[in-house]
Design a protein around this ligand. Structure first.
Ligand SMILES: [Zn+2]
Length: 230
């Protein structure tokens, strides 16, 4: 192998230049997945409907101004592949890319423009240390850069660790009542409209518990945004 080819391969290894979904070479301006694959990921269009499926999950549980899950998460889909790599394979860049993509779409349609700051669902400090990053904060980083809003990863924190999968059913029933999430300095959130983020919404119980906690600060309003809905 020629030295230049080896160098090229090494660079490709560090900076992948193929679409994560279809494997085709990426062209300039494309990032992680090609424009065609990105375009074909099914969207919910939640942001155009105040009474959408995602918002309905919170009805009667916690008051939220607006709720939107941007993409549909289907088994075996490109979105599943992206979110898996974001969460388990160290691909923080995927979260940032999706944050920018979703941020641009929301900005173009004038949605979520009246929020004051962005807060991702926090990981417990032990989980954060193990993974090295919070995937929802990566999403927040990309989103914040486009919406030009501050990202706050400090004020809301997870005081109690996640349970194991087997205990999850039991756990979810008492999640909201037990102060799993807490605020360091609630006064910093006073009178703010907070955009609460997560990677995927499933039951919505974690987002609900976070929203309840954020609403304990004086005069706050909460909206919810996730990359996808399962
Ligand atoms: Zn592709």
């Amino acid at each position: 192998m020629k030295k230049t080819a080896l160098l090229h391969d090494l660079i490709s290894l560090v900076f992948p230049t193929n679409c994560l979904a279809c494997g085709e070479n990426l062209v300039q301006g494309e990032d992680i997945i090609c424009i065609s694959c990105l375009y074909h990921i099914p969207k919910t269009n939640n942001q155009f409907d105040a009474e959408n499926e995602t918002a309905r999950r919170f009805w009667g549980k916690v008051p939220v101004v607006q709720a939107c899950a941007f993409y549909l998460f289907e088994k075996g889909s490109v979105m599943q592949k992206l979110l898996h790599a974001l969460k388990y394979k160290g691909r923080k860049d995927i979260g940032i890319m999706l944050g920018k993509e979703i941020g641009q779409a929301l900005k173009n349609s004038n949605q979520f423009t009246d929020i004051d700051l962005i807060i991702p669902v926090p990981l417990h400090k032990k989980r954060l240390a193990k993974r090295g990053y919070n995937q929802s904060a990566c999403f927040g980083e990309g989103l914040a850069s486009i919406l030009e809003k501050p990202l706050d990863t400090q004020t809301l924190y997870r005081a109690i660790e996640n349970p194991t999968q087997t205990k999850k059913g039991v756990y979810e029933r008492w999640e909201n009542a037990c102060g799993i999430f807490q605020l360091t300095k609630p006064e910093q959130l006073a009178n703010k409209h907070i955009l609460l983020l997560d990677d995927v919404i499933t039951t919505g119980s974690t987002l609900e518990a976070c929203a309840q906690t954020l609403l304990l600060a004086k005069g706050t309003k909460v909206s919810i945004l996730t990359i996808a809905v399962a």
